[in-house]
Design a protein. Structure first.
Length: 327
């Protein structure tokens, strides 16, 4: 039996890794937008842009030289020295984007404060970049504070704003804050997408609030959002933690209706919801579908199948299921 598990084991990519990949796509979009030169910069001559680039690099070099996080006075002095006059929106976006890449969210927040103190014009792109940096560092409080500053300063809150803020809450299982952000999104009539809802569902799942996660999943039509396989996997994981194997299987069967292609993670998760339920027939059906989709089994697949079946029918049924998977 152990030999079977060892020979069939493949590396497993977790749901958390997939969500991280999706989050990276959002971050890439933010950075791409931030680096886009605004309309008023496009007419600038080459000498002005070259000088501005030198100033940006000077600021970034100063931040990199310090081994400890800079305080407000040091950050403000560095910016005043590099930009005696107001920096362009493009220069500010470049600095914030680079700091976000370095996960220097505290320095990025201080730069926003410097802009606000000097009444410089800021757009949602500047704020989104910093909120995304806060999300990467699990700094949910600062992310929410920035969203509040945007609202009070009458800066547009867009989809990326909410995605980044909800992701920050999701990493710390702040499920109530995630739901509150969804309410604000709806009131402001901001468009949501699968990343928005998936992050909120995952936030509820991490807080072991399967009912809230299920309500979000079953009410996705209200947000006019098309579910992704990551959304289904997050909902199934929430059902698993709540011991709701029936709802987990229901979510799994909804994948085909939603015309979404399942992956190995989805199969592993739904099989693991059956652990301790003594429902080997349901496990048999799911394993059969795994073979139909041409999915390769992993060590986690075999482990979940063994736990789901052995309590009811013993290891003989487990071996039969392994054969079903590989057909």
């Amino acid at each position: 039996m152990l030999r079977c598990l060892r020979t069939r084991a493949l590396r497993h990519t977790s749901l958390k890794t997939i969500l991280h990949i999706e989050g990276a796509k959002v971050a890439h979009k933010i950075q791409g937008q931030s680096l886009r030169c605004p309309a008023h910069c496009r007419g600038s001559n080459a000498d002005t842009l070259s000088l501005e680039d030198d100033e940006v690099q000077s600021v970034l070099r100063t931040f990199r030289r310090w081994k400890v996080p800079l305080g407000a006075d040091a950050v403000f002095a560095t910016l005043h020295q590099a930009f005696p006059q107001s920096p362009s929106a493009h220069a500010s976006a470049r600095i914030l984007t680079e700091l976000a890449k370095q996960r220097a969210h505290n320095a990025a927040i201080l730069i926003l404060s410097w802009h606000e103190r000097n009444k410089h014009e800021l757009s949602c792109l500047h704020y989104n970049t910093v909120i995304d940096a806060c999300a990467k560092m699990c700094s949910w409080k600062k992310a929410l504070q920035l969203v509040g500053l945007m609202a009070r300063g009458k800066v547009e809150l867009d989809t990326i704003t909410f995605n980044s803020a909800i992701s920050a809450c999701e990493k710390c299982a702040r499920w109530k804050d995630s739901l509150q952000l969804l309410s604000v999104l709806a009131r402001r009539k901001v468009e949501s997408n699968s990343i928005t809802i998936t992050a909120a569902i995952s936030s509820c799942e991490k807080a072991a609030k399967w009912k809230a996660a299920w309500q979000l999943f079953s009410g996705m039509a209200r947000y006019s959002v098309k579910s992704s396989i990551i959304t289904f996997s997050a909902a199934i994981t929430a059902c698993k933690k709540g011991g709701e194997w029936q709802k987990g299987i229901f979510a799994f069967t909804a994948i085909a209706r939603g015309k979404v292609e399942p992956n190995t993670i989805t199969f592993n998760t739904v099989v693991s919801t059956l652990e301790g339920s003594c429902k080997w027939r349901q496990c048999w059906q799911i394993c059969g579908k795994m073979g139909q989709y041409g999915m390769e089994s992993t060590a986690i697949t075999f482990s979940a199948v063994t736990k789901a079946v052995s309590q009811d029918s013993g290891w003989q049924k487990a071996l039969m299921l392994f054969d079903v998977i590989d057909r």
